[in-house]
Design a protein around this ligand. Structure first.
Ligand code: ZN
Length: 208
């Protein structure tokens, strides 16, 4: 578990934390845990999420177990700078859906003394780094990678495998659309579905 360092508030130093992982890995729960602790400590907390994520509720960051905390949906990352004036802690959920400018926004906030906590999917459904996440991971002080459990074999899962056939990068959904898989099962599922153009993958898997 990530344990926060004790910070002298008078010094007001900002930094960036990233919580990443696949779907069903508990990213949002971890974001909410950190934010609620900060709220309890009387710090001014604001939470933002991209307007695209409307799975449950327009004004709340809601994790899969319905634990929630109120938030502001914004159309672009630049809106966060305007709305985060005078705030101690900024939480950002579903960061993978934001534009690339999010990295600069987080850097500016941290430079101004704000603690920035970002949660997001590190990989898309095809296993590629997702949106601004790789750049955020490179520039953050602290990174926590959380894992789901592979539903096929019970190992640790890092992939979000999509059942539905669609090439859209953004397909907001849940258990009906995605399942968490480990590397081996993800590759096998991709092969079984014919999703893989890489013919080497078959040989790579068979070498196990
Ligand atoms: Zn597996």
């Amino acid at each position: 578990m990530f344990l926060e360092k004790l910070v002298n508030q008078n010094a007001r130093r900002g930094w960036i934390e990233v919580v990443c992982g696949s779907m069903f890995s508990g990213k949002t729960e971890e974001l909410i845990r950190r934010l609620k602790r900060a709220q309890f400590a009387q710090l001014k907390v604001e939470i933002f999420k991209p307007q695209i994520d409307t799975r449950y509720d327009i004004n709340e960051v809601v994790s899969h177990d319905r634990n929630s905390i109120s938030s502001t949906p914004v159309p672009a990352s630049s809106n966060i700078l305007l709305l985060a004036d005078g705030v101690d802690v900024v939480g950002i959920d579903e960061a993978q859906f934001f534009d690339d400018e999010l990295v600069n926004v987080c850097t500016q906030l941290a430079n101004k003394g704000v603690r920035v906590i970002v949660a997001g999917l590190d990989m898309d459904f095809s296993g590629k780094p997702f949106g601004p996440m790789p750049a955020l991971l490179a520039t953050a002080e602290y990174i926590t990678k959380v894992h789901a459990i592979c539903v096929d074999c019970g190992d640790l899962a890092l992939h979000s495998f999509r059942f539905q056939q669609s090439d859209d990068l953004v397909l907001v959904g849940e258990k009906e659309s995605y399942k968490p898989l480990c590397r081996k099962c993800f590759n096998q599922n991709q092969l079984d579905r014919g999703n893989v153009k890489n013919t080497n993958l078959k040989d790579e898997i068979n070498e196990f």
